[in-house]
Structure formats: structure tokens, C-alpha cells
Design a protein around this ligand. Structure first.
Ligand SMILES: CC(C)(COP(=O)(O)OP(=O)(O)OC[C@H]1O[C@@H](n2cnc3c(N)ncnc32)[C@H](O)[C@@H]1OP(=O)(O)O)[C@@H](O)C(=O)NCCC(=O)NCCS
Length: 186
């Protein structure tokens, strides 16, 4: 059986893993930026979740990054979910990986938030995530100059797992308020 699950910070990724992740991101998201774990960038500590088969072949991967956000002037430390990719689709690998990640997220007690293309929202719903429709555009990136920037994906839904901080309840109860983030949408 497949089902070899690994969690590692970027600094522990092998070159083979980094290359595979970069190739898949380029293919799936047309991503121009490269994962390049170095002590002075966020890839170094970012947590990578890898599902592999018995021959160490990566079947699916995703990332979680601890991120500061602000809602109604209150800061929250949350987990940002990003870059979920199943190398071979429709074989259950995405779901297996996400269920393992959910265990990690629940154990952390933190709220988890990701942004997703509407074509993928159904997948996350099936995996037990909550959805804020068009939540991507209600999340604003405040850059270091204090300027607000809207999402670079051109819209999408916000998916979440509730944490102990009540952030999701706050967002749902205050639909006119924006969620402020301090790095570009992930
Ligand atoms: C999204 C993705 C990770 C799903 O992984 P996958 O391994 O193909 O999906 P699974 O085989 O585990 O599917 C699990 C369930 O979700 C359903 N599902 C899969 N993709 C779906 C979609 N786009 N919409 C609705 N349901 C979907 C499957 O039918 C399956 O249902 P079942 O449990 O009732 O049989 C994969 O399609 C992918 O890599 N997409 C490209 C990258 C991407 O867009 N990532 C998301 C970034 S937000």
C-alpha cells in the first residue's frame, strides 16, 4: 500500500523533493516562483506534508505556514494551507493527504485558512472543510508600505478548519469586515 506520510520543514527537503514540488507547481499553477529553502526565507521553516508510496515516490504534497492575520483589529496566529497537489489525480491521494493534515491542524488548535479556485471547492467540502464563498476577495494583503492589495488569483473561495480562537465565527458573523494579511495570498 501507499500511505507513507511525512511532515518536514523545508530545510529538510531533499533536492529531489524540492525539484518535484517546483515542477508540479509550475505545471498546475503556472507558478513562476520557486521553492528554495534558505535560512533567510520562509520556505526554511514552512511545513511540507508529503504522501509517498513504498518506493518513496511522492503521490501528493501540500504546505502549512504559520501566519499572522488581523480581523477587527485583533491579531491571530493561524495556519495557512497552500499548494495542495496530487501528482496523479482521482486516485484518492489528495484526500488521504488532506485527512492526515487535518489531524495535524486539529492537534495544533489553530485556525487553518486556504484560498481555492472555485473548481476545487467541492473537493475541500468533501474533505470536511468549511467554505466562505468568494472569501479570497474579502482578504486584503497589507504590504509593508501600508497599502492594501487584493488577491492575485482573481477571486476564489476561502476554505477553513475552525481553531480555538473563534476567528472563523468572527468572520462569519461580520461579513462586511475584511480579513487582513501581511504577506501576499498564499
Ligand atoms: C485538488 C486535488 C489535490 C484533488 O486530489 P485528488 O487526489 O485528485 O482527489 P481525490 O481522488 O482524493 O478525491 C477525493 C474526493 O474528492 C472528489 N473531488 C476531487 N476533485 C474534485 C473537484 N475538483 N471538485 C469536487 N470534488 C472533487 C473526488 O471525486 C473524491 O470523491 P469521493 O471521496 O466521493 O470518491 C487535485 O485535483 C489536484 O492536484 N489539482 C491541481 C492542483 C490544485 O488545484 N490544487 C488545489 C489548490 S487550492
Amino acid at each position: 500500500m501507499h500511505d507513507k506520510f511525512q511532515i518536514k520543514p523545508g530545510k529538510d527537503l531533499t533536492k529531489l523533493e524540492v525539484d518535484l514540488i517546483n515542477k508540479a507547481r509550475s505545471l498546475e499553477f503556472n507558478s513562476k516562483s520557486l521553492i528554495n529553502p534558505k535560512p533567510d526565507n520562509e520556505d526554511w521553516e514552512k511545513k511540507y506534508f508529503l504522501l509517498k508510496d513504498q518506493n518513496d515516490k511522492t503521490l501528493a504534497f501540500a504546505m502549512l505556514l504559520e501566519i499572522e492575520v488581523e480581523f477587527k483589529r485583533v491579531r491571530h496566529s493561524i495556519l495557512g494551507l497552500s499548494n495542495l497537489i496530487a501528482i496523479n489525480k482521482g486516485k484518492g491521494y489528495g484526500k488521504i493527504l488532506i485527512f492526515k493534515m487535518k489531524k495535524y491542524i486539529k492537534k495544533s488548535g489553530l485556525t487553518c485558512i486556504g484560498f481555492c479556485n472555485k473548481k476545487i471547492t467541492g473537493f475541500y467540502k468533501k474533505c470536511g472543510f468549511g467554505v466562505i464563498v468568494d472569501g479570497c476577495s474579502k482578504t486584503l494583503y497589507k504590504d509593508i508600505k501600508g497599502n492594501f492589495q487584493s488577491d492575485r488569483f482573481g477571486g476564489g473561495d476561502l476554505i477553513y478548519i475552525k481553531g480555538g480562537d473563534g476567528l472563523v465565527r468572527q468572520i462569519l458573523d461580520n461579513p462586511k469586515e475584511n480579513l487582513i494579511i501581511f504577506r501576499p495570498h498564499w
